[in-house]
Design a protein around this ligand. Structure first.
Ligand code: ADP
Ligand code: G6P
Length: 735
């Protein structure tokens, strides 16, 4: 049975060593619960780090851990202390985390950490490769493992791979500053499906792919390495029922069953009649906007002193990554701010902020969520933020107000919250006031809408949608209608080429026999190419035709001395073997005077582009320009030219990074047919790569052997992936 392999930095388990004994408890985090069905029900496995370093392990302990995690359908990747220092604390959390959260000033680049990050990613990939079987899916999670997709794809191109980025993807302007930007993108592009929480992160990623790797991006699909990769947004949810049920149970609890925390909360609520509680919960992380929140809260107390002694901020921060200096500094700053404000505003019977720096068990989180009138969540940048959704799920009485930063991914789906800019203290203070004074009816209306949405998009739905999408991507995009050239097809070609009957072979030039260059004039034929063509030409009874969109002069310069048949300008002119050039169509060219100035204005406004003037056509090349600008200009130029050429016999042809205006009377298909009429042949072969060659594949008789270079949809029967493969194939069949 096919299985799914989930890969994340941490395993969904906690391993504790005590007196040489180990205890393994399943973790109840969002990802672990969300992926439970994918993991357990489909016999899947989860690969990750156990949380124990190699140095802490004896061989006996290692065996014990391995056994215990295997029981939970997990496989652990062993990390040394050095791995952990450079891969986790170093590259993941001192480099990628700040970079992706727009904290460029915190982003360090240490080459040693980069090397270790690569080697640890390879460890994860190697573990995947050991476990994976044909037909399995692999789903890799988050920024700690950006290179794993490509490492797995390199060895197992047949396996379908998903990647999900749980943190923001920054704008190109931020991402471009990073020295290893290219390597990171290429690592991610090993996946067949790449997921983000929001459309904005998706858009930023696509923009970086276009501009940094100059790849073809069409809507949300990237063509890379002869594959099509889909990028999409899948907002992650929570295990709604778990939080809702816990809150329902909590509300019916007897006095005796209540937790210590709940008893103390109840006591305070009783003693301080009418006091309202504002709650914030997060990891102690500089992205969570903790100092901003405290300062804004202080500003609120100052601006609206009538609330002093009537409200309290309960701030829960869970310790996180405390070996990274910025996290230590943040802890210090938070302690100081809380101390100062409490010192300044406290009265004998009231402290404005209750601050806890620790992890709390699930029941206590529920105590806090259900007891708080307002949740104040103010990250300065946050991929999603699940706390906001958890608060909503526990409000079973439909009261309570969520004040949420618009910088959290969750804000996109939570429009009924009071959305704030975490840098605008005025707005935060006013929103706190609005929340505290909000009539019950309005609270209910907003909460109901939020609950409807958050309950519908649960974490289980998130995981299922991603997996379904991954299945589809693999099925739809990787099934190419043309057949890949293989040994059998080679044998067919050879047999036909050796027959005594007449044969003809059409070869496109750019993109088929030679690679594209920035300047079209640089793509000259090389020695190897001449030698291949020579061998083909030597085959008895084979007519060899080079058919190109290039102009007559260029083809004549490069191939005038050879005996092959040459077709230029997509079929306007032709030179049969050693004869003179002939123009096959009498074409008008007056239109060029009108169109050329238009193209020139586009060249002026789009640095790096150029106009190629051919005898019968004009081409605007945009290979050498900023990809996003080119895309914009392409839309403009097509709009302008289409209106210009309507009611004429001109047509627009889109090639590979070029748009060409020419007469619709000529195309490669017609040229091939005309040659076939003059030289009837039993066996027909054609090789081409782009749009203009599709005319040829379409017009040639059914019996023809047609080969497309590249994997996009084609009318050809067969395909090869690269120019190198075409050359190798031609060499093989010629010999
Ligand atoms: P991040 O993934 O950046 O930490 P999220 O808000 O998406 O932020 O997820 C945080 C998760 O950690 C939530 O599920 C929340 O319930 C849990 N959590 C936060 N603070 C604590 C705490 N002090 N004790 C236990 N769990 C916590
Ligand atoms: C964020 C990241 C996760 C990470 C979690 C806790 O949610 O996206 O990948 O696991 O924070 O951080 P930690 O460094 O403790 O694993």
């Amino acid at each position: 049975m096919n299985k799914t392999i989930i890969v994340s930095n941490r395993l969904p388990l906690q391993v504790i060593i005590e007196n040489d004994q180990i205890e393994v408890t399943p973790s109840v985090g969002g990802l672990a619960t969300g992926l439970k069905s994918v993991h357990k029900e489909s016999n899947g496995i989860w690969i990750g780090w156990s949380g124990i370093t190699q140095e802490e392990l004896t061989p006996e302990l290692e065996t014990k851990i391995s056994k215990a995690v295997t029981k939970e359908q997990c496989v652990s990747v062993n990390l040394t202390q050095r791995d952990l220092d450079h891969y986790y604390y170093g590259f993941s959390n001192r480099t990628l985390w700040p970079l992706f959260h727009y904290f460029i000033e915190y982003t360090e680049y240490n080459p040693e950490s980069w090397e270790v990050y690569k080697s640890v990613n390879q460890k994860f990939a190697d573990t995947v490769l050991e476990q994976v079987n044909e037909g399995d899916n692999v789903w890799i999670q988050d920024y700690q493992l950006l290179l794993v997709p490509a490492m797995v794809k390199a060895k197992r191109p047949d396996i379908s791979i998903g990647f999900f980025n749980h943190i923001p993807f920054p704008s190109y302007e931020i991402f471009r500053t990073f020295p290893k930007r290219k390597e990171l993108l290429e690592g991610m592009l090993g996946a067949d499906l790449i997921g983000f929480h929001t459309y904005d992160y998706e858009r930023h990623f696509l923009s970086s792919v276009k501009r940094i790797l100059s790849l073809d991006v069409s809507f949300n699909k990237i063509t890379y390495d002869n594959r099509i990769i889909r990028v999409d947004s899948f907002p992650m949810g929570i295990d709604y029922e778990k939080f809702e049920n816990a809150a329902l149970d909590h509300n019916q609890m007897n006095e005796g069953d209540k937790s210590e925390i709940q008893k103390r909360l109840d006591q305070h609520l009783q003693n301080e009649d009418g006091i309202k509680m504002i709650l914030s919960i997060d990891r102690m992380d500089y992205t969570k906007g903790i100092p901003n929140r405290i300062k804004a809260f202080e500003y609120f107390l100052r601006k609206y002193p009538q609330f002093q002694e009537k409200i309290r901020l309960i701030m829960l921060a869970v310790p996180s990554r405390s070996q990274v200096p910025q996290y230590q500094k943040l802890k210090q700053e938070t302690d100081e701010l809380v101390g100062r404000i409490n010192g300044e505003y406290s009265t004998v019977s009231w402290t404005p902020i209750w601050y806890f720096y620790r992890a709390l068990p699930f029941e206590n989180l529920i105590d806090l969520y259900t007891s708080s009138d307002v949740a104040l969540i103010t990250p300065v940048r946050d991929g999603m933020n699940l706390v906001a959704k958890e608060y909503v799920a526990t409000r079973t009485r439909k009261d309570g107000v969520l004040v949420l930063s618009e910088m959290a991914g969750a804000s996109i789906e939570m429009n009924e919250a009071l959305l704030i800019n975490p840098f605008n203290f005025e707005e935060i203070a006013d929103s706190i006031k609005q929340a505290l004074e909000m009539p019950k009816a309005e609270q209910k209306q907003r909460m109901q809408a939020l609950q409807n949405r958050v309950s519908r998009y649960s974490v289980k739905k998130w995981a299922n949608e991603f997996m379904n999408s991954l299945d589809q991507v693999h099925k739809v995009y990787n099934v190419i209608e043309a057949e890949k050239v293989d040994e059998n097809i080679k044998a067919i070609f050879i047999k036909k080429l050796r027959s005594d009957e007449k044969k003809i072979m059409f070869l496109d030039y750019d993109g088929t026999l030679v690679n594209f260059t920035n300047n079209p004039q640089d793509a000259k034929p090389d020695k190897e190419l001449f030698s291949i063509l020579e061998k083909l030409h030597a085959i008895q009874g084979l007519k060899l035709v080079l058919i190109s969109g290039r102009d007559k002069e260029t083809l004549n310069n490069w191939f005038g001395h050879t005996p092959y048949t040459l077709v230029s300008d997509h079929g306007v002119s032709m030179r049969i073997e050693n004869e003179e050039w002939k123009t096959t169509e009498r074409l008008k060219t007056e239109w060029m005077e009108d169109i050329l100035p238009i193209l020139e204005t586009f060249v002026d406004r789009t640095p790096g582009t150029l106009v190629e003037k051919k005898k019968y056509s004009l081409a605007w090349h945009y290979r050498n320009t900023d990809v996003e600008l080119a895309e914009k200009r392409l839309v403009e130029i097509k709009t302008v030219l289409t209106s210009f050429i309507s009611n004429t016999d001109l047509t627009l042809l889109e090639g590979n990074k070029v748009i060409e205006i020419k007469s619709s009377k000529v195309n490669k298909g017609r040229a091939c047919s005309s040659l076939l009429n003059q030289f009837p042949s039993e066996h027909v072969f054609a090789f081409g790569d782009d749009w203009t060659d599709e005319f040829m594949f379409e017009e040639l008789p059914e019996r023809s052997q047609t080969v497309k270079v590249g994997v996009r949809k084609t009318k050809a029967k067969y395909y090869v992936k690269t120019i190198e493969e075409v050359r190798a194939f031609l060499k093989a069949i010629a010999e």
